[in-house]
Design a protein around this ligand. Structure first.
Ligand code: TYM
Length: 325
């Protein structure tokens, strides 16, 4: 498989990003796959709060987080989007085979546009740039969380339309969903875990341990413990997390206790916290080591060089096909 995926440098890597996407990125790094992972800073500019010095800092911080999670620059290409300006040129060309109607139907755009007063054009065009990211490397598989499925469907439509107009060229990229394609907020389990709703709505991988415990301890559950009671969304979300970090026997024990109406949520939370910290500890330690080593800039520069070589070649072919050569 030819794998591409991206993540925005918007501050913190949270459990939703990790279990929804990045863990798959790490696991997909096998000799059979060609993996390209991108820190999408052009996309982050669509966020009105993005300040230049913070964007610079966040890019490096995110690269350190990704390396700590196990992205291996020997086996994958890791780079920053803006170091390869071909992304924006392909974005323009693909925009000309994108349906305006399709763009107006993107739920993420509609949601964001509803929530803010000034809606920039970049926000509207965002999914075209995302399609360009993927197609620039002729990627056929994209590991993402569920919230990106609609953008990926659009990328396929764009590829199809380009191929129809200019001859078969782009593959139609397929999503790869992990075990937790939609992790919910612990403070409000009706919403997905996300930075956009504020710090109580996500758990950062590198947050202080006390803060993680506070967020797990105060996670929304429910009142009743009647035998056979259906799981409320908050409790189901805690079980999803437990399944990701604890052995199957432990999860089963808790499931049975819940079914019998004997589960103490305090025990569930304490156990979840313990296993979660166990899973995060090696990542957090590696993060500290990497920070001391200070090689991240070189890793990103080498990644950008490799990415750019592919990007130039593909874009050259695109320019020729559309008549811009
Ligand atoms: P971003 O930066 O919002 O998120 C990065 C990845 O994390 C996943 N994710 C989640 N998965 C499960 N549960 C959650 N609560 C959760 N929150 C986030 C996202 O689905 C994503 O896979 N538009 C993209 C970035 C992008 C991209 C691309 C992705 C730009 N170009 C090309 C794939 C291919 C985004 O904003 O992801």
């Amino acid at each position: 498989m030819r794998i591409f995926s991206g993540i925005q440098p918007t501050g913190v890597l949270h459990l939703g990003n990790y279990f929804g996407a990045v863990k798959q990125w790490v696991e997909l790094q096998t000799p059979e796959n060609f993996c390209i992972y991108c820190i999408v800073d052009y996309h982050a500019l669509t966020n009105e709060d993005t300040v230049p010095e913070v964007l610079r800092k966040n890019r490096v911080e995110l690269a350190l987080d990704l390396l700590a999670c196990g992205i291996d620059p020997e086996r994958s290409i890791l780079f920053v989007q803006s170091a390869v300006p071909e992304h924006t040129e392909l974005c323009w060309i693909l925009g000309c085979v994108t349906s305006f109607g399709d763009l107006t139907r993107m739920t993420q755009f509609k949601q964001k546009a509803k929530d803010q007063e000034f809606v920039n054009g970049g926000l509207f065009y965002y999914p075209v740039l995302q399609a360009a990211d993927i197609l620039l490397y002729l990627a056929d598989h994209v590991p993402v969380g569920e919230d990106q499925l609609q953008h990926l469907e659009l990328a396929r439509r764009i590829a199809r339309r380009f191929n129809w107009r200019f001859g078969e060229f782009f593959p139609e990229p397929e999503p790869i969903l992990g075990k937790a394609p939609r992790l919910m907020s612990l403070a409000d389990p009706s919403r997905k875990m996300s930075k956009s709703y504020g710090p109580d709505h996500y758990i950062g991988l590198m947050e202080p341990e006390e803060e993680i415990w506070r967020k797990v301890r105060t996670a929304v559950t429910d009142m009743g413990l009647t035998p056979g009671q259906e799981m409320s969304p908050g409790v189901a979300n805690l079980f999803t997390l437990l399944e990701l970090v604890a052995p199957a026997e432990v999860v089963e024990e808790f499931r049975q206790a819940h079914a019998a109406g004997k589960l103490l949520y305090k025990d569930l939370k304490e156990t979840l916290f313990r296993y979660l910290m166990e899973a995060l500890r090696p990542i957090r330690e590696r993060r500290r080591e990497l920070e001391e080593k200070g090689e991240v800039e070189e890793i990103l520069a080498a990644g950008a060089e490799k990415a750019r070589r592919i990007a130039r070649e593909v874009l050259g072919e695109v320019r020729a096909r559309v008549g811009l050569d």
